[in-house]
Design a protein around this ligand. Structure first.
Ligand SMILES: Nc1ncnc2c1ncn2[C@@H]1O[C@H](COP(=O)(O)OP(=O)(O)O)[C@@H](O)[C@H]1O
Ligand SMILES: [Mg+2]
Length: 365
């Protein structure tokens, strides 16, 4: 039996990866210079997959850290150092680490053989981080810069107060590192890198990553569906219309359609049925999500799920009883910050088309 050629939920590469030619080329050449990059997109658009692919293919040394797993400033230092251990021999690191102001505890995990590193919490909580970042700077050279990727960078606000200012003061002296900052919270990332009063103001070039264009997604899907069906083209077009080319939801729906094709063959309802299967499997999560919204949120989402009229228009307010445009505006902004809505150009959309279907279905029941 053929294995499902679609994948969602984790980093994709190889045959699971499509498009992004322009971004791959642009970013790769960009970080060959003295530059730092900031990459923003809503969750699940493909930032991590794209940057992982670029750093893997660059044949350069890199350190990749997802800030979501970092618990404190000391832990930030530990996690970074642990990743440095993966790319340099212990012997080489020893001499540098001897000169650290706080000496980490290093234990080799007997099962994995990986070093476990910890800086004990103490009064000099930011010192280990400074030492580790400067260590990376010292390991790099003018010709061989190290790439340091900090994913979901907006999490620094959670980790420690003032971390932003401190990081900037250390990083601005670095000449042997290309920093790549990624984030899913556009407003928070813009706040860090675009606000004049922010320490990271203009630290690097800011790029936004969009969805995958239908001209690119369609052939990718068709080629795979044609392995088991002669309806590749209509399946692909129908499913893209449903997911609006969102990379994650497209792969999820394609995955489910593939499973159903294998199980029961083609039928004209297969796209709709597969989508409903996904909606149903998230029923619990969606219900919990829904119950945390306030009344205006619910009204706006309800209107947006059944109509394409701008939620800021008078007509929308009349149809769905959402009240003053200023209230709707702040609701839209807040729901975007939470990742429920995404903004494409000046148009707000519900991010998850399956959640949208759930709302419609629930309201009809
Ligand atoms: N270039 C791509 N080609 C095909 N699918 C992709 C691509 N980028 C992302 N995806 C889909 O989206 C999912 C989420 O990608 P990910 O890189 O984790 O996004 P992000 O880091 O922006 O949250 C992947 O698991 C995959 O299903
Ligand atoms: Mg990611």
């Amino acid at each position: 039996m053929k294995t499902n050629p679609f994948k969602f939920g984790s980093v994709v590469d190889g045959p699971y990866f499509t498009d992004r030619e322009n971004e791959l080329e642009k970013i790769a050449s960009y970080i060959n210079g003295e530059n730092h990059l900031i990459l923003i997109s809503p969750r699940r658009f493909g930032k991590t997959s794209l940057i992982r692919k670029i750093v893997n293919e660059s044949e350069r040394k890199y350190v990749f850290l997802d800030m979501q797993i970092v618990l404190s400033a000391e832990d930030f230092a530990s996690q970074l150092l642990k990743r440095v251990y993966r790319i340099y021999p212990v012997q080489k690191l020893k001499n540098y680490i001897k000169s650290f102001r706080v000496i980490p505890v290093v234990n080799i995990n007997p099962v994995t053989g990986e070093p476990e590193i910890s800086f004990m919490p103490n009064s000099k909580k930011l010192t280990p981080l400074e030492d580790v970042l400067n260590l990376i700077e010292n390991l790099g050279t003018e010709k061989k810069k190290i790439i340091v990727v900090l994913d979901e960078f907006q999490d620094i606000f959670r980790i420690d107060n003032g971390l932003e200012r401190f990081l900037r003061s250390v990083m601005q002296n670095h000449r042997h590192i290309n920093y790549i900052f990624m984030g899913s919270s556009e407003s928070m990332i813009r706040e860090i890198f675009e606000k004049k009063s922010s320490p990271f103001y203009r630290f690097g070039t800011l790029m936004t990553l969009g969805k995958i264009a239908p001209e690119k997604f369609t052939p990718f899907l068709v080629k795979k569906f044609e392995l088991i069906s002669d309806k590749g083209k209509e399946l692909s077009e129908g499913l893209l219309a449903m997911t609006d080319c969102h990379p994650y939801y497209t792969q999820q729906l394609a995955f489910t359609i593939w499973e159903n094709l294998i199980r029961s063959g083609y039928s004209p309802e297969i796209i709709k049925n597969s989508a409903e299967e996904i909606v149903l499997s998230h029923d619990n999560d969606y219900e919990r999500l829904w119950n945390n919204f306030n009344r205006t949120d619910m009204m706006v989402l309800n209107g947006m799920s059944v109509s394409d009229i701008s939620p800021l228009s008078d007509e929308f307010s009349r149809l769905f009883g959402t009240g003053a445009a200023s209230t709707v505006f702040s609701t839209l902004k807040r729901l975007t910050r939470k990742g429920i809505l995404i903004k494409e150009g000046s148009v707000y959309k519900i991010d998850d088309s399956f959640f949208k279907m759930w709302i419609i279905k629930r309201r009809r029941m």
